[in-house]
Every structure is written in C-alpha cells, then in structure tokens.
Design a binder for this molecule. Structure first.
Ligand code: PBG
Length: 305
C-alpha cells in the first residue's frame, strides 16, 4: 500500500540485434539469453515480447557490409530497414524504435565519419539524417540517435520534417557517457572501435552538470524523449534530468550491467531475479519513465505472476 515505485512491463523497451539471413539465432556469449537474430526469428521474439505487455523494442543492425562512411546505415534495403517493415507488418501496435548511429556500419567502428584521423562532427550529421529518414520510411515510430555528435537532433528533426515524417518521435541518447559498461554490446553489435576510443564524443563519467547541458541542448533541438546511459552507475544523473526537465526520461540498463548480474548468478554468487528487480526498481525510483533493458522479458514475466 505504501510502496512508492511500481515497476510495470509497460516501462520496458527491449533491445534486439538484427542480422542478415534466415533462421539465424546466434547466442551472444557475454550476454546469456540474448541473440543476434535474422528478421524471421526477430518477428517471433517481438511477438513474444509484445504478448507479455512490453510495448516497445529498439533495433540494432549488423549490416551486410561496412565502409569508411557507414553507407549501409541508410541503405533502403538494409537489414534494419527490412526488419522495421517486417516487424511493423506483423505487429502494427508494437512501438518500433531504431538506433541511429554509424558505429555498426563503419569499418573503423566509430560513431562518426573520420577525417584526418579525427571524428568529423559536421560531416557525420548528414549521414545520420539520411539514416533516420530511411528508418522512418521503413515505418519506425521512434528514431534514437546514439552517436553523441553535436547538433544531430536538430539536423535529424529538420530532415524528417522536410521528408514528411513530422510524426516520427526522437528519443535522444542525450547524456551518454564514455563507459566501459558497453563492452558486451560491442561483441553483440560487432561495433568495437578499431582504434582509439569514444571519449571525443561521449561524456566523461566524472561530469554531472554537463549532462544537464547536453539534455537542455537536445530538448531545444527537438528531442521528445531524452535518455541517460548507462543507468546503474548514473542514477544521480537520471534523478537530475527528471528534476530539471519536463520531458519523458529514458534510462539504458546497458549490456555490462546485464552481464555482471548474469555472471554472478551463474557462479551462484547472487540471486539473479532478486537483483534484477532491485536494479530495475532503483532505475525507476531515480526517475526513469522508460527503461531499455535486456532483462525486459524476464522481468515482465515475473511481474505478471
Ligand atoms: C552505439 C551504441 C552503443 C550502445 C548502444 N548504442 C555502444 C557504444 O556507444 O559504444 C551500448 C548499449 C549497451 O551496452 O547495452 N550505437
């Protein structure tokens, strides 16, 4: 009766990794119970997710080809574009979000285009806008830029509007930290940078006030929903963003946060279900309206019992 925070399957967004081909379901070794799936398999998973009350999925693509400019990111016949079409056809009421970034599509694994050994922020914006439009054209309800280039939300909003996609929502990875917790994801998405790191565009984990600046800029540029990422080591940031702004707040319970719990549970060192629920409840208590989590299915099933 006096509980302040109630978790619900409706809070969850389930991340999925889509690969080309048919009947492919590759286990991701560092993320037990997560898979790279071809579109036919992804449809089955999406149906299951939707049937247990989870309203949304976010799709990451592992493309057929990669080049220096990430051009497969906006290929109209690309794996994500096809996946969005197929999943929306099968499940029109499932909210389909796409991750908009270049790291899965560039041969060097960086989130932007490279010039003279550096990430070229402004040259990247055009590619991101093309990618977002191609996702919208395929039927995406929400596009989620995760690259952390400056000015990308404004550029994506303008381009979507010009192309007639005024209703497509932008969920911006606004306060995204340069975090070691993304390690397992980079195996899953085959997107580890070939050289250097992402610290020239992602945030310093030591900075708190900077997150508010990043969020304010994104909202000004047209973000409808803002995200803090990672979640568990950044509950203070989630709480600040919730307090200072008046838009929905999402938090990404990232791959490393998932793998730590899974590994400890496999060793018999932690009670997986109890720890999972405690973590998700804490993220919601801190202020997240939406939680992107690899635990979505397991947690939703438990909540329904
Ligand atoms: C970049 C992206 C990353 C994640 C989501 N989008 C990786 C990165 O920035 O290196 C990480 C998600 C996770 O760890 O679960 N497109």
């Amino acid at each position: 009766m006096v509980r302040e925070t109630i978790l619900s399957p409706q809070d969850f967004i389930y991340p999925m990794f889509i690969v080309p081909g048919k009947r492919v379901k590759n286990p991701i070794s560092s993320m037990p119970e997560c898979f790279q799936e071809s579109i036919d398999e992804a449809i089955k998973t999406a149906k299951e997710i939707f049937s247990i009350g989870i309203p949304s999925v976010i799709l990451f693509g592992i493309p057929e080809y990669k080049d220096d400019f990430g051009s497969s990111a906006y290929d109209e016949e690309g794996v994500i574009q096809q996946a969005v079409k197929a999943i929306k056809d099968a499940l029109p009421d499932l909210t389909v979000i796409t991750d908009v970034c270049l790291c899965e599509y560039t041969s060097h694994g960086h989130c932007g285009v490279i010039k003279n050994g550096k990430i070229d922020n402004d040259a990247t914006l055009e590619v991101l806008a093309k990618e977002a439009v191609s996702h919208a054209r395929a039927g995406a309800d929400i596009v989620a830029p995760s690259d952390m280039m400056d000015g990308r939300v404004a550029r994506i909003r303008k381009t979507l509007d010009e192309e007639g996609f005024t209703d497509v929502i932008i969920l911006s990875y606004s306060a995204k930290y340069a975090s070691a917790f993304y390690g397992p994801f980079r195996e899953a998405a085959q997107s580890a940078p070939a050289f250097g790191d992402r610290r020239s565009y992602q945030m310093d984990p030591a900075n708190r006030r900077e997150a508010l600046r990043e969020v304010a800029l994104d909202i000004e540029e047209g973000a409808d929903i803002v995200m803090v990422k990672p979640a568990l080591a950044y509950l203070d940031i989630i709480s600040d963003v919730k307090e200072y702004f008046n838009v929905p707040v999402a938090a990404y319970n990232v791959s490393g946060e998932y793998s730590m719990v899974k590994a400890a549970a496999q060793l018999g060192w932690l009670n997986e279900e109890a720890v999972m629920m405690e973590i998700l409840t804490s993220i919601k208590r801190a202020g997240a309206d939406l939680i992107l989590t690899y635990f979505a299915k397991k947690a939703a099933q438990l909540l329904q019992l």
